[in-house]
Design a protein around this ligand. Structure first.
Ligand code: ADP
Ligand code: FBP
Length: 344
C-alpha cells in the first residue's frame, strides 16, 4: 500500500496501519449552513486549522486485484489526508525523545496512552458502501516521541480576538500540563494579544499563578484585535528565546498563527506553533463544538427567560432578544430550540 504525497515524494504505510485508520470514528457533526455568506465563512474558518498548504496525501490500494477481490469498487480511489505541518518538515534531522508522560505515574497504568502518528479522523462519518474514501485529518493527542527536552522548552501563551467562556481554563491546562506532565519549567504569558509580543513585559506563568483563573471569566492574559506584524512577532520570539508558541483565538488569530509559522519555517528556526481554536460562536466547521459555546447558549436562555416573563405580563407583550454570533446563528438557534418560549 502506498501513500504518495501530492508533491510526488512517498510514504509507505503497512497494510494494518491502513486498516486501523478506519477504526477511529469522528464524533457526529450538526453543522448546517443556511446561507452562502455563512458557508463561505465556514470554509475560511477551518482552513487555518490546517495552516500552511495542506499536504494532500493520496492513498492507493496496492493492486487493483486486491481491491476487486474485496468487492470494493473504490479500491483504487484516493484516501486524502489534509495534514498539519510539523517542525520536521523543514528540520528533518531533529532528534526525538521519549515522551515524559511515559514516566508519569498517572499515565503508567494506562494501556493506550499515545496517539499513533498514523491515526486519522474521517471528515465524513456518514458514507455509503461505494463512497470514495474522502478527506481525513491527522488525529490530535500525545505522541510517543517528542522533539523537545523539558529543559530546553521556553513556551509562551497568547490570547487574541473576541472573548469566549473557558479561555482561562485553557490557559491553566496548558500551564499545568506543561509543568506537571511534561516537566517544563519556563512558561511565559504574552499580555494583550499579538501586540503584547512588542511589549517589554511578560508574565511568568507558574501553576500557582494560574491556580484559580478558571473560576473567572474573560482572559487572564487580556486580548486585543489588530496589531499583527509577523516579522516583529517572530523577531520577538527569537529575541526572547521562545521555542513553543501556544496561540488561543478565532479565525483571524489562526490566520496570524499561520503567518507566524510560515515565517518560522522561512527562518528555519526550531519554534513550534500551536493554534488552539476559540470561538464562542461555534463556527468552526470541522469540530463539533468549540469550548464556551454551551455557556453562551445557557446565558442566552437567561436573557430569553427574562424577556418572556416581561412579555407575558402585559397584554400583547413582545420581547426582543438580540444575541451575538455575527454571521453564525448557532447560539441563537440552540438557545431558541432549547427554550421553546421563542416564536419563530
Ligand atoms: N489575515 C490575518 N493575518 C494575520 N493576522 C491576522 C489576520 N486576521 C486577523 N489577524 C490578527 O488576529 C487577531 C485576532 O483577530 P480577530 O479577527 O479580531 O479575532 P478572532 O481571532 O477572534 O477571529 C488580531 O490581532 C488580528 O490582527
Ligand atoms: O464587537 P465586535 O467586534 O463586533 O465583535 C462581536 C462579535 O465577536 C464575537 O463575540 C466573537 O467573535 P470572534 O471570536 O470571531 O472574535 C461574536 O460572537 C460577535 O458577534
Amino acid at each position: 500500500m502506498e501513500l504518495s504525497l501530492s508533491n510526488s515524494s512517498s510514504l509507505r504505510f503497512p497494510q494494518n496501519d491502513f486498516l486501523s485508520l478506519h477504526n477511529y470514528s469522528r464524533p457526529g457533526s450538526f453543522h448546517t449552513f443556511s446561507n452562502k455568506k455563512l458557508a463561505s465563512k465556514s470554509i475560511s474558518l477551518w482552513r487555518p486549522l490546517i495552516w500552511r498548504q495542506p499536504r494532500l496525501l493520496r492513498l492507493k490500494a496496492q493492486t487493483s486485484t486486491e481491491s476487486n477481490a474485496s468487492g470494493d469498487k473504490h479500491g483504487d480511489d484516493d484516501f486524502i489526508v489534509e495534514d498539519v505541518p510539523h517542525l520536521t518538515d523543514f528540520l528533518p534531522d531533529l532528534p526525538s525523545y521519549t515522551n515524559p508522560l511515559k514516566k508519569s505515574q498517572a499515565y503508567a497504568i494506562v494501556k493506550k496512552t499515545f496517539v499513533s502518528p498514523e491515526d486519522m479522523v474521517a471528515k465524513e462519518i456518514i458514507v455509503q458502501k461505494d463512497s470514495p474514501r474522502g478527506i481525513h485529518f491527522r488525529r490530535a493527542g500525545p505522541r510517543e516521541k517528542v522533539f523537545f527536552t523539558p529543559e530546553e522548552v521556553r513556551a509562551c501563551i497568547v490570547t487574541c480576538g473576541g472573548l469566549c467562556p473557558g479561555i482561562n481554563t485553557v490557559i491553566r491546562e496548558i500551564v499545568c500540563g506543561l509543568k506537571n506532565m511534561y516537566g517544563v519549567d519556563d512558561v511565559l504569558g504574552i499580555q494583550g494579544g499579538y501586540s503584547g509580543f512588542y511589549s517589554k513585559n511578560t508574565l511568568n506563568l507558574t501553576t500557582k499563578v494560574v491556580n484559580d483563573i478558571h473560576k473567572r471569566g474573560g482572559t487572564f492574559l487580556q486580548t486585543s484585535r489588530g496589531g499583527h506584524d509577523t516579522k516583529k512577532i517572530v523577531d520577538n520570539i527569537q529575541d526572547r528565546g521562545i521555542n513553543q508558541v501556544y496561540i488561543i483565538g478565532g479565525d483571524g488569530t489562526q490566520k496570524g498563527a499561520a503567518a507566524i509559522y510560515k515565517e518560522v519555517e522561512k527562518r528555519g528556526i526550531k519554534v513550534a506553533v500551536a493554534g488552539i481554536p476559540k470561538t464562542i460562536d461555534n463556527d468552526i466547521a470541522v469540530i463539533d463544538k468549540s469550548f464556551g459555546f454551551d455557556t453562551a447558549v445557557e446565558e442566552a436562555q437567561r436573557a430569553i427567560n427574562a424577556a418572556h416573563v416581561e412579555a407575558e405580563s402585559v397584554q400583547n407583550g413582545v420581547g426582543i432578544v438580540k444575541l451575538m454570533g455575527r454571521y453564525s446563528g448557532f447560539i441563537a438557534m440552540l438557545a431558541t430550540l432549547g427554550n421553546r418560549d421563542v416564536g419563530f
